[in-house]
Design a protein around this ligand. Structure first.
Ligand SMILES: [Zn+2]
Length: 360
C-alpha cells in the first residue's frame, strides 16, 4: 500500500449516532426540546426568540400535523462528529466562556462558568447541528441552518457549521451523493459554508441576501455561483421573481444529488437585522417555489429554518410547513406511484448576525 493509500484507508468514517434508521412512520421533521435556549432570562438579552423552534412544533401539533410519536428526535453532535469539519483548536476555544460570549453575542456569558455555557448554550446548538446532519440522511432515505460558521471561525450566533457538516457527512457516507446545491435565502450572506466550500467543485452555491448588511464577506463571495444581491426594503414581487428565476437557473445549470435549502425568515418585513420587506405570504410562496423546483426534478431537499427571530416568526414557519404539506410537497403521505413524497425539514441552527460581530 502506498503512503497515500494508507492515509486514505485510515480516513474511514468514525462511528456516529446521527445516521440512525428512522421508522418509516415518522414525519421527517427533526427536532428536540433541547433546541430551545433558556437560562435565567439570559436568552432575552439577545434580541431573538430563542424558543422559536418549540413554538413551531407546538403549532404543528395543534394542527394535528405532528405528534410526539412521529417526530424525529434530534441527537447531539459529538466532538468526533464536529471534527469532521471543525478543527480541534476551534472546538477547544469554545471551552472559554469569553469566546462563546462573542460568537453568540450574549456578553454576560463571559461571567458564567464554562460548564454552564456548555450545558445551556452549546449543547442546544450541538443538538441543532446533530439535527441538521440527521435530516441530511433522512432527505436521501426518504427520497429514495448556521450558515455563518465555517470550520475554524464562528460568528453570527453560529457556533457550529451545520450545513457544511450535513454535506460532508453525506459525501462521506452515502453512495450516490456526490454533488450538492446550497440555496441560501436567509437575509444574510452565508459566508460560513461559502468559505468551507470555496475550493470544492462538488458544491454549487446560490445566495440571495441584503447586500448592505453583515457580513459583507468579499472573500467568501467568490464561492457563490449565483449571487443575488438585494437592496434595503426589497418587497415580495421583485424578491419572488428573482428567487424563482435563479433557483430554476441554478438547478438547470447543475443537477445536484441533494438541495440544502436555508429558509431563513429574517427576510420578513420589520426584521431589525434583515432590512428586507417580505410579507408572511411571500415567505410561504418562496418556500413553495424552492420545494417545487426540487420536486419537479426529483431532487431530495433538506430545509433548515435558520435565522429570523421576531415573535411572529414561529407561526409563519409553521404555516409554511403546513402549506407545503397541503401542496403535497412534504410529509405525511407515504410512498406513492410517483415515488416517495417525503422531504425533511430540519429545525435548527440559528444564524443571527449582528453588526457588532467581528469573528468573521
Ligand atoms: Zn440571517
Amino acid at each position: 500500500m502506498s503512503q497515500k493509500e494508507d492515509k486514505e484507508a485510515q480516513k474511514v468514517s468514525h462511528e456516529t449516532d446521527l445516521y440512525v434508521e428512522v421508522p418509516s412512520t415518522c414525519i421527517p421533521i427533526v427536532y428536540s426540546p433541547q433546541y430551545n435556549i433558556t437560562f435565567m432570562g439570559l436568552e432575552k438579552l439577545h434580541p431573538f426568540d430563542a424558543g422559536k423552534w418549540g413554538k413551531v412544533i407546538h403549532f404543528l401539533k395543534e394542527e394535528q400535523f405532528l405528534t410526539d410519536d412521529n417526530i424525529v428526535e434530534a441527537r447531539e453532535a459529538t466532538e468526533e462528529d464536529l471534527l469532521v469539519v471543525h478543527t480541534k483548536l476551534y472546538l477547544s476555544k469554545l471551552k472559554w466562556s469569553a469566546v462563546v460570549a462573542t460568537i453568540t453575542e450574549i456578553p454576560p456569558l463571559l461571567f458564567l462558568p464554562n460548564f454552564l455555557v456548555q450545558r445551556k448554550v452549546l449543547r442546544p446548538l450541538r443538538t441543532q447541528t446533530g439535527g441538521t446532519i440527521m435530516a441530511g440522511k433522512l432527505a436521501i432515505d426518504k427520497w429514495g441552518g448556521f450558515h455563518h460558521c465555517s470550520s475554524n471561525k464562528g460568528g453570527g450566533f453560529c457556533a457550529y457549521a451545520d450545513i457544511t457538516l450535513a454535506i460532508k457527512f453525506l459525501f462521506e457516507r452515502v453512495d450516490g451523493v456526490a454533488r450538492a446545491t446550497i440555496i441560501d435565502l436567509d437575509a444574510h450572506q452565508g459566508n460560513g459554508h461559502e468559505r468551507d466550500f470555496l475550493e470544492d467543485r462538488r458544491v454549487y452555491i446560490m445566495d440571495v441576501y441584503n447586500r448592505h448588511i453583515y457580513p459583507g464577506d468579499g472573500f467568501a463571495k467568490r464561492a457563490i455561483k449565483r449571487k443575488v444581491e438585494l437592496d434595503w426594503g426589497t418587497e415580495d414581487m421583485e424578491y419572488l421573481q428573482k428567487v424563482e428565476l435563479h433557483s430554476e437557473g441554478a438547478l438547470n445549470e447543475i443537477r445536484p444529488d441533494i438541495v440544502i435549502y436555508n429558509a431563513g425568515t429574517d427576510i420578513l418585513d420589520g426584521d431589525p437585522l434583515g432590512g428586507l420587506a417580505i410579507s408572511p405570504q411571500g415567505i410561504m410562496k418562496r418556500d413553495e417555489i424552492i420545494f417545487r423546483a426540487a420536486r419537479r426534478r426529483g431532487i431530495p431537499i433538506l430545509m433548515v429554518t435558520s435565522g429570523g427571530y421576531q415573535k411572529k416568526t414561529a407561526r409563519i414557519i409553521a404555516d409554511s410547513i403546513l402549506n407545503l404539506h397541503r401542496q403535497g410537497l412534504i410529509g405525511g403521505i407515504a410512498l406513492d406511484a410517483a415515488g416517495p413524497s417525503l422531504q425533511p425539514v430540519a429545525m435548527g441552527q440559528s444564524v443571527l448576525p449582528a453588526a457588532t460581530v467581528s469573528t468573521v
